[in-house]
Design a protein around this ligand. Sequence first.
Ligand SMILES: Cc1cc2nc3c(=O)[nH]c(=O)nc-3n(C[C@H](O)[C@H](O)[C@H](O)COP(=O)(O)OP(=O)(O)OC[C@H]3O[C@@H](n4cnc5c(N)ncnc54)[C@H](O)[C@@H]3O)c2cc1C
Length: 453
Amino acid sequence: MQLYNDYRVKSFWLEQSGASYSESPALEGMLRADVLIVGGGLTGISTAYHLKKANPGMRVAVLEADVVGSGGSGRNAGIVNTQFGLSLGFTARRFGAANALAAHRYMERAVDYAGELVRAHALKCAWEPSGFLRVATTPAYALRIQREVALAHALGIAGIEWIGAVEARALVDSPTYLGAWREPRGALVNPVEFVRELKRIAVGMGVEVYERSPVTNLEFTAPARAQTPHGAVEADRLVLATNAFTAQFELLQSRQAPVHTSIVLTEPLNAAQLARIGWRGRQGIGDARNLAHYYRLTPDNRLLAGGGDVRYFRGNQTRVEPYPASIMHLQGFIAETFPALHGLRITHRWGVPTSATLDTVPHIGAIGDGSRIVYSVGSMGRGTALATLSGLTISHMIAGAGAQETPPFFVNRRAVPLPPEPLRAPLAHGILGLMRAQDAYRERQGLGAPRQR
Ligand SMILES: Cc1cc2nc3c(=O)[nH]c(=O)nc-3n(C[C@H](O)[C@H](O)[C@H](O)COP(=O)(O)OP(=O)(O)OC[C@H]3O[C@@H](n4cnc5c(N)ncnc54)[C@H](O)[C@@H]3O)c2cc1C
C-alpha cells in the first residue's frame, strides 16, 4: 500500500491535530501477543480497547501502517448517525424486515454507545449531540424519504419523523429543501480526536500500539505471523481491521472493494453568513441520493461537504488524492444548496477510500473456527458509530464470548462475492453508473409531489 510521510495533508482533522499528536513507536524486533490487530482505525482501536477491558491479562497489539486515524477514521466527515447500508428500505428488501429492524436497533445502540464512551472517559473530541436531518431536495426524494419514515414506523422504530419544507427550512435555510427525515439521535465529532482519545485510553489499559509499522507479509497460520519492516508478531488470534485496505490480503479479496469519495471544507463562516442559513441546531445533514451528499459545520464554523460522487479505481487502488471531478461536483453542490453563501472560499480538499460490499451492508466475518481470525469490511460511508460498536462485537467473537448476546445478522453472513479483476472494474463502474443514473432520474422535476404537513 501507499505510505505518506506527512499524514497531516490527508485531512483538515489530521492537519489540526498534527502538532499535538505524539506517535507511538514503530515495532522493532519480535513480539508474541495473544491477539494481533492489523489496522489502527476506529475498528481496530475499539476492538483492542474492548478486548483489554474484558481481559486485562490478555496481550493485545495493534499494528498501524501509518498513524492511528490516518485511514477513513481520520478523514471522514464526523457525522454520527444511525444509517446502515444504502437505506432502511433496501436492507428490508434484501434481508427482510426483521433484519432491517435489528440493524437499525444495532445502529441506535452504536450511536448511544459512542456517546457513552465519550462521557465515560471524558474523551476530548468535540462531541456535539446535535441530531441528524436527511433532506429531500426534489419531489422524488421527498417521496423516497416519506416511504422510509413510514417503513421505520411500521417496523416499530420511534424517534424519526418527516417534517415539511417550512419546518426544514426553519432549521437550516436552503432553497433546495422540500422536507426532511428528522432524527434527534445523532452527533458530530472530530473523528481524529475520537479515535486517538480512545487509543489513549486503550494504551493506558495496557494495549500496545505500534505506528508506522505496516504489515508487509501475513501468514494465516496457527499461530498467525505478521512481518513489518523492522519486526514481526506471532499471535494466537488475529483481527483484520483494514476496511478499504483489505484487498491487499488475497484471502479476503472477494469480500469488498475500496471506493473513493471526497470532501471539501470552506473558510469559517462569519456571524452574518451563519445568520443567513440558520442552522443553529448544528445538525449533521445527508440527502436521499444513492450517492449521498453529507455536510456539517465544524467546531470553528467551516462548512464541510462530502460525497455525491463515488469512484472505483481499477486494481483496488487505495490512492488518496482528491479526485478533481468529485471536488468540482462538491463545489457546485455547495453553491446550489447555499446560494446565500456565494463567494465562500474552499480551504481544504481531500479524498478517502472506504470499503463497499456488493449488497451495501457491512460484513464482519471469521475465517476458520470462528474465533481465531476475524475481519471487518464494508462499513460504507457510515462507520463512526458502527466501528465503535463493531469493536465490542469483534472482541466477543475473538474472546469466544459471542454467546453473551446474539450477533447482528451481518456477522458471518454469506455475502455475494465480488469477482477479481479484470471483471471487478466493469462491474463496479456499472453499479455506480446505475446508481448515478437513478439519482439523475430522481432529480428531474415532476416525478411526484411531496406531501407537506
Ligand atoms: C469521504 C468519507 C466520509 C465519511 N464520512 C463518514 C461520516 O461522516 N460518518 C460516519 O459514520 N462514517 C463516515 N465514513 C466512513 C468511515 O470513515 C469508515 O467507515 C470508518 O472510518 C472505518 O473505520 P476502520 O477502522 O474500519 O477503517 P480505517 O479507519 O480505514 O482503518 C484502517 C487502517 O488500517 C491501516 N492499514 C492498512 N493496511 C495496513 C497494513 N498492511 N498494516 C497495518 N495497517 C494497515 C490503515 O492505515 C488504516 O489506518 C466516511 C467515509 C468516507 C470515505
